[in-house]
Write a protein of this length. Structure first.
Length: 244
């Protein structure tokens, strides 16, 4: 099984449970380095699968959602450790405010890191009609490709909202994989057959011991998280009852 984790904003101004302060992020990257993890973006794993090369036992699939300005600081930290990652960008955020990356910054980031789409407007994709859904997939892909001059063939679902029908429309419109927020480890077989990448979101409520459980693919932790999601987030489950 492959550990797949993702972050949102890295900042000392904590707004939500998804904002990780800089010191904690440094410590978490130190843990990965000290325990000899190989850390790559989705493109790195895809290359390993396509070339049928070895996937290390201690392997982390790392990504970041939303395109926050802090991705620039993150990039410097990752390069220090020799890590890589996928950054999922929402084009609508370019002109939103100073907390998000500009087009030029995304282009600069793409020189060393993998770029994916996070939808055009960060909408709940499962609620959109087909015409608007295709716009989210196609327009975000084309805008990002124009900026970075590279193919964009993976998308992460904004808010984690994704179902079977929505995923298939994405696959029919230029994407090879869809990244979800389903908290469960990735397997090579599941990823290649379902074209789906499970990811666990790192929250500031997680202790160091919890973080290490995620890294070690502790199934008891993931089972408890799934149970908790079923109890506390049942309305969302009703919307996404066909989660891939």
């Amino acid at each position: 099984m492959i550990t797949s984790i993702f972050y949102h904003e890295i900042s000392d101004s904590i707004d939500t449970q998804y904002t990780i302060n800089l010191d904690t992020f440094h410590k978490q990257m130190n843990i990965l380095a000290n325990e000899d993890y190989v850390v790559e973006g989705i493109d790195g794993l895809v290359r390993r699968i396509e070339m049928n090369t070895h996937i290390p036992t201690k392997y982390i699939l790392l990504s970041f959602d939303d395109g926050y300005k802090s991705d620039l600081i993150v990039a410097e930290i990752l390069q220090k450790y020799g890590f890589n990652a996928t950054f999922f960008i929402t084009p609508k955020h370019f002109n939103r405010n100073e907390h998000y990356l500009t087009k030029d910054e995304v282009k600069m980031l793409s020189q060393n890191f993998h770029i994916g789409s996070h939808g055009l407007t960060h909408s709940n994709l499962t609620t959109l009609k087909n015409e608007n859904l295709k716009m989210e997939f196609i327009n975000s892909k084309h805008l990002l490709e124009e900026i970075i001059g590279k193919s964009v063939d993976v998308i992460s679902a904004p808010g984690g909202y994704m179902n079977y029908a929505t995923k298939n429309i994405g696959l029919l419109n230029g994407y090879n994989f869809v990244a979800t927020s389903i908290e469960w480890p990735v397997t090579k077989r599941f990823m290649t057959q379902r074209k789906t990448i499970n990811r666990t979101c790192i929250r500031n409520t997680f202790s160091e011991s919890t973080y290490k459980k995620i890294l070690s693919n502790d199934l008891s932790f993931f089972m408890m998280r799934r149970l908790r999601a079923g109890i506390y987030y049942f309305p969302k489950k009703l919307i996404d009852k066909k989660l891939v």
